[in-house]
Ligand binder design. Structure first.
Ligand SMILES: Nc1ncnc2c1ncn2[C@@H]1O[C@H](COP(=O)(O)OP(=O)(O)OP(=O)(O)O)[C@@H](O)[C@H]1O
Ligand SMILES: [Mg+2]
Length: 273
């Protein structure tokens, strides 16, 4: 089983890279390798000049991870979870408590702070999980599908939180299954499938790559159709397909003189990659 197959990524400091891909594409595997949870069989990755295998200890002190499944302890309260993470990040007891209070406030969890997490909704867990990833004030953040399973309102709330982190100077790699989310949050997007990058660029660049042009010519006389088709296919070197249909079967784009004699030649052209 090859989960990743030559995946090659760069994330500029202070920017957000969106890793966009369907189930099983390799997103979580990539994040697990970059966050030192999984050792790669081959290849190399560095964060801020440190190698994820050789310098794993240093890497762990500079990154924060909010995994696909919330890593918080269900049997502790929201506050206890954050204090525990603070202690794991080697903060003093007092600093861990102070940081926990700050984060509970910032993530709108102050009122629920003394409840055990078992009673939290999915959106609250997700926010607590992200808060726990921020305990050590990491410069680099990995967010694995931060909004999957959230309702539309909670998703917008999470987007605002992520935008706030970006304004604060964080470098973020986030994965998502939604182009819309990558479009909203990421400076650049890498589309991954079967462990490989199959397209990359800004949201606008990607949309241009998959977009196409459609030229529809309506003729009065069926006899003129083959001539119209020939002219369309000649327009330039890109791949063209010609469809023939009576215009009455769809809403005509052009006003035509007689409803009984409408014929269309359509050239649909995808931009070549
Ligand atoms: N521990 C493992 N053992 C064997 N195969 C695995 C393991 N973890 C992942 N895989 C396989 O590797 C491929 C990539 O999985 P991965 O979890 O990275 O995908 P993903 O893009 O995160 O998907 P999803 O959107 O469902 O979270 C899948 O085919 C998966 O079955
Ligand atoms: Mg995953």
């Amino acid at each position: 089983m090859r989960a990743l197959d030559g995946l090659d990524l760069t994330v500029g400091e202070g920017t957000v890279l969106g890793l966009l891909g369907p189930n099983g594409a390799g997103k979580t595997t990539a994040i697990r390798i970059l966050t030192t949870l999984l050792r790669p069989d081959a290849g190399r990755a560095t964060i801020g000049g440190c190698d994820v295998v050789r310098d794993a200890h240093q890497i762990r002190s500079m990154i924060g991870l909010s995994g696909q499944y919330a890593a918080v302890d269900e049997n502790l309260t929201g506050r206890e979870n954050l204090v525990l993470f603070g202690r794991l990040y080697q903060l003093s007891g007092a600093d861990a408590k102070r940081r926990a209070s700050e984060l509970l406030e910032r993530f709108d969890l102050a009122d629920a702070a003394e409840r055990i997490v078992k009673t939290f909704s999915g959106g609250m867990r997700r926010r607590l999980d992200l808060a726990s990833a921020l305990i050590g004030q990491p410069r680099v953040l990995f967010l694995d599908e931060p909004t999957t399973g959230l309702d539309p309102r909670s998703r917008l709330g999470m987007w605002e939180i992520i935008r706030g982190l970006v304004r604060g100077g964080a470098t973020i790699l986030l994965t998502t299954q939604y182009l819309e989310e990558a479009d909203e949050l990421a400076n650049s997007i890498a589309v991954v499938d079967h462990g490989r990058i199959i397209a990359r660029g800004t949201a606008d660049e990607l949309k241009t790559q998959v977009g196409g042009e459609r030229i529809e010519v309506v003729v009065r006389d069926r006899a003129a159709l083959s001539r119209a088709a020939e002219l369309l296919s000649r327009s330039d070197g890109d791949e063209s397909t010609i469809e023939e249909h009576t215009a009455g079967s769809r809403s005509p784009l052009t006003e035509v003189p007689s409803a009984s004699s409408r014929w269309c030649a359509t050239s649909t052209r995808r931009r070549s990659r």
